[in-house]
Structures are given as structure tokens and as C-alpha cells.
Design a protein around this ligand. Structure first.
Ligand SMILES: Cc1cc2nc3c(=O)[nH]c(=O)nc-3n(C[C@H](O)[C@H](O)[C@H](O)COP(=O)(O)OP(=O)(O)OC[C@H]3O[C@@H](n4cnc5c(N)ncnc54)[C@H](O)[C@@H]3O)c2cc1C
Length: 392
């Protein structure tokens, strides 16, 4: 097989890149190790920044999102039983976010790709990227029990944190910046209307909790738990009791309970691999960087990477100049480090750590109080949450 751009991975990064390249008249082949149903049902992100929404619309993938997505103009911070709403449009000159699940973004992009785009092979596992520094990089992959080779002009690793593309970078070139956290998120999906119409981020001495939603009738809720927790160790009633404690307020707000349909534990990690380019091999999305989910940035960063890369590939096709491809890594990393900083700040603002002292708890409350009382601090949060521009 031969193509211009070989894309490994059909998560949001790989699927959107294939769509953007198709729209620019550049052919690609997408290799995805899992089956279609798995990719379409993997519960993950749910918050799309304004810029991500605009990109999906411009790519022709926004029709269902505009019909079914929920526009959110703010979030609530909850601490010391108090509630504080952060008003996004008022603080950012009109920006907001969209609640539309990653599963739905992937379904929309897969349908478009299969209808109009180049080949998208499911159950096609990339084994190795070869010849990244040569003019003709190749991806060795296994599909339907046979090994095959995809010959490309460029290869893009959109294969997430556990993928193979990053391994093709020479050890002397790779630099890794990393932090793990002593806690994780126990996430549930529940068939019950959300108890609040916007996301609620709660800081409590017992740990963090997040109220989110997937639709007007499906709630998504998270509890901070120790790293390594087994989701099945928590009974449904225990989860609801603990959520109730952490969301407690001084007023008559109530948490509605309903049947839990899914439980999972997500580890928390900050990770950046530099650089994001080696010869004709590029990394995009979680293959190059991970943020803890507190800032809702992972999917949005993946979108930023592939928009930058698609522009650079289109520029090279039109002008013959590789200039934007050569600056791809530094351009993306500026935005990525801003998102890393914001995600770290949100995480340490809201989670309790085993080594925390009462002093740390007071500092967290002071930081939250500052956001609630000073417009500059609140604006800083609103601007980062609704999204950094692509050319930050
Ligand atoms: C619980 C949770 C909540 C989150 N919440 C948010 C949020 O609210 N907002 C937000 O912006 N982000 C959030 N994120 C992060 C977001 O989901 C990820 O950043 C996003 O999925 C990254 O997309 P990606 O395409 O780079 O990688 P992935 O979605 O990981 O896709 C990689 C794809 O590559 C495939 N693959 C891997 N190896 C190979 C191989 N060898 N050959 C072929 N294919 C391969 C995988 O099967 C997968 O389909 C959350 C993540 C989690 C886990």
C-alpha cells in the first residue's frame, strides 16, 4: 500500500487529521488497531473549547454537534460549602464551551471518513515505523492476520500514549517531562438528569469531585480516589454517598441519583515528549502529551496539533516549502505547555494529596477565594478553560 500521509490511530487526532487532509486534497490512510465499535464507545472527554467547535464546523463535521451538543457559558466552583459561578462570555468577550462527548465526535468523523475520505482500516495494528529520516518512511502493520507495509511520504503517530510511533524516535533525540499524581478519578455514567445545568468542580477536605453530563438525561460524575483503586471496589451506593458529601452546600441543592451504567478509573498524569517531529515522522495528540483531565484540555490539544499539521502539509503541497513542517513541533509545544500549566494548576487547586498539611488546605481555599473575588484571577481561569488560540 502507498499513500501521502500514513496516520496511525483513529482517535480524535487521527480522524480529524484525515478529514482536514481530505479537504485539502491530500490523500491518507488511517490504521486503527481496535474495532469500530470499541473506538466509538470509549468514554473519555466531553468538553470542546470554542476553537475546537469552530474547527469541527469548518471541517464539515459539526452538523450533529450543533444539533445535540450543549453550549455552556460557565462552570461552578464549589468549596467550603459555597458556590461560585464563573461566567465565560462575560469574562472572555463572548467565548463559551460545548458539551459533546468524544464518542460522538469520533462517530461523526468515522462516518464522514468512510463516506468521503481515504481508507480507514480497523483492526489494523501498526507494529513499527521505519525510515523516519529517509525520504520514504514506512509503517509495518498487521491486518486480518497478515503483515503488510504502508509506504508513505509522511507518517503521523496519532496512536495515543501507548502507541508505537514515539518509539521510532532515537533515544538521543527524545526528551520526556513527566509528573504522576498520587490520585486517580473514579468516573461513572448514570441514567439520571444532571443535577446542575453546568459543570461543578468541587474541592472538599475528603477530595475532589466533578459533576458533568453527556446529555439532558445522562450524568457523568467523577470522584478523586487513591491511585491504583479498582473501580469495582466501590459499590454504587457508596459512590453516591461520597459524591453527596463532596458536593455539599449551605443551600438546598440536591444531588439526584440514578442507575450507574459504567464505572472506570482514570490515572492522572502530566507528560510531554519533545520534540514532536523526527524527519518525516510527526506525533500528534496523546502520543506526544498527556494532561490530567481536570482542565478538560486533552482532546482540545489533539485538535490543535492536527490543525497545525494539516496547515503545514497543505502549505508544503501548495508552495513546496517545508518551512511550517519544520516549525510544527515548536509551534505546538508553546500551546501544549500553556495547557500543561493550566491543567496542573486546576489539579493542585482542587485535589487533596496524602502529604498535604492543614497549611496546604488553607492555601487551596485562599487560591479559590482569589478566583471568586478578583476579576483578574477569574478571567485568567475563564480564558484558559475556553481555550488558548492555536498560535499562542
Ligand atoms: C476519563 C477521561 C476523561 C477525559 N476528559 C477530557 C475532557 O473533558 N476534555 C478533553 O479535552 N480531554 C479529555 N480527556 C483526554 C482525551 O480523551 C484525550 O486527550 C484524547 O482521546 C486524545 O486523542 P488522541 O486521538 O490523541 O488519542 P486516543 O484517543 O488515545 O486515540 C489513539 C488511537 O490510536 C489507536 N492505537 C494505539 N496504538 C496503535 C497501533 N499500534 N496501531 C494502530 N492504532 C493504534 C488507539 O486504539 C486509539 O484509537 C479525557 C481522558 C480520559 C481518559
Amino acid at each position: 500500500m502507498r499513500t501521502t500521509v500514513g496516520i496511525i490511530g483513529a482517535g480524535p487526532a487521527g480522524l480529524l487529521l484525515a478529514r482536514l487532509l481530505h479537504n485539502a486534497g491530500i490523500d491518507s490512510v488511517v490504521l486503527e488497531s481496535r474495532d469500530r465499535s470499541y473506538v466509538e464507545h470509549r468514554q473519555r472527554a466531553g468538553i470542546l473549547e470554542q476553537g475546537t467547535v469552530d474547527v469541527l464546523r469548518a471541517a464539515g463535521a459539526g452538523e450533529r454537534m450543533d444539533r445535540e451538543g450543549l453550549r455552556h457559558d460557565g462552570i461552578e466552583l464549589r468549596f467550603a460549602k459555597q458556590r461560585h459561578r464563573v461566567d465565560f462570555p462575560g469574562l472572555t468577550g463572548g467565548r463559551s464551551v460545548m458539551v459533546y462527548a468524544q464518542t460522538e465526535v469520533c462517530k461523526d468523523l468515522i462516518a464522514l471518513q468512510l463516506k468521503e475520505g481515504g481508507p480507514l482500516l480497523f483492526e489494523a495494528e501498526a507494529l513499527e515505523v521505519e525510515g523516519a529520516e529517509s525520504g520514504r518512511p514506512r509503517v509495518r502493520f498487521r491486518h486480518e492476520g497478515r503483515e503488510d507495509v504502508l509506504e508513505c511520504e509522511y507518517v503521523v503517530g496519532c496512536d495515543g500514549f501507548w502507541g508505537v510511533a514515539r518509539k521510532a524516535f532515537p533515544a538521543g533525540l527524545s526528551r520526556v517531562f513527566e509528573r504522576t499524581y498520587p490520585y486517580a478519578w473514579l468516573g461513572i455514567l448514570a441514567d439520571v438528569a444532571p443535577s446542575h445545568d453546568e459543570l461543578v468542580y468541587a474541592r472538599h477536605d475528603r477530595g475532589f469531585a466533578l459533576l458533568s453530563m453527556r446529555s439532558p438525561s445522562v450524568s457523568r460524575l467523577y470522584l478523586q480516589v487513591p491511585a491504583g483503586t479498582d473501580a469495582e471496589a466501590w459499590r454504587d451506593e457508596e459512590i453516591w454517598d461520597e459524591l453527596e458529601r463532596r458536593f455539599e452546600t449551605d443551600d438546598d441543592w440536591r444531588l439526584e441519583r440514578g442507575p450507574i451504567t459504567q464505572k472506570s478509573v482514570t490515572p492522572m498524569r502530566s507528560y510531554v515528549h519533545e520534540p514532536m517531529r523526527h524527519g518525516r515522522l510527526f506525533l500528534a495528540g496523546d502520543a506526544a502529551h498527556i494532561v490530567p483531565p481536570t482542565g478538560a484540555k486533552g482532546l482540545n490539544l489533539a485538535v490543535g496539533d492536527v490543525v497545525t499539521l494539516a496547515r503545514a502539509l497543505a502549505h508544503e503541497k501548495e508552495t513546496g516549502s517545508p518551512e511550517l513542517l519544520e516549525t510544527y513541533s515548536t509551534t505546538c509545544l508553546r500551546r501544549i505547555w500553556q495547557a500543561e500549566r493550566f491543567s496542573y494548576d486546576m489539579t493542585t487547586l482542587l485535589h487533596t494529596s496524602p502529604e498535604d498539611t492543614p497549611f496546604d488546605a488553607r492555601l487551596q481555599l485562599a487560591r479559590l477565594g482569589r478566583i471568586a473575588s478578583f476579576r483578574a484571577a477569574e478571567t485568567d481561569l475563564a480564558e484558559a478553560y475556553t481555550g488558548f488560540p492555536l498560535d499562542v
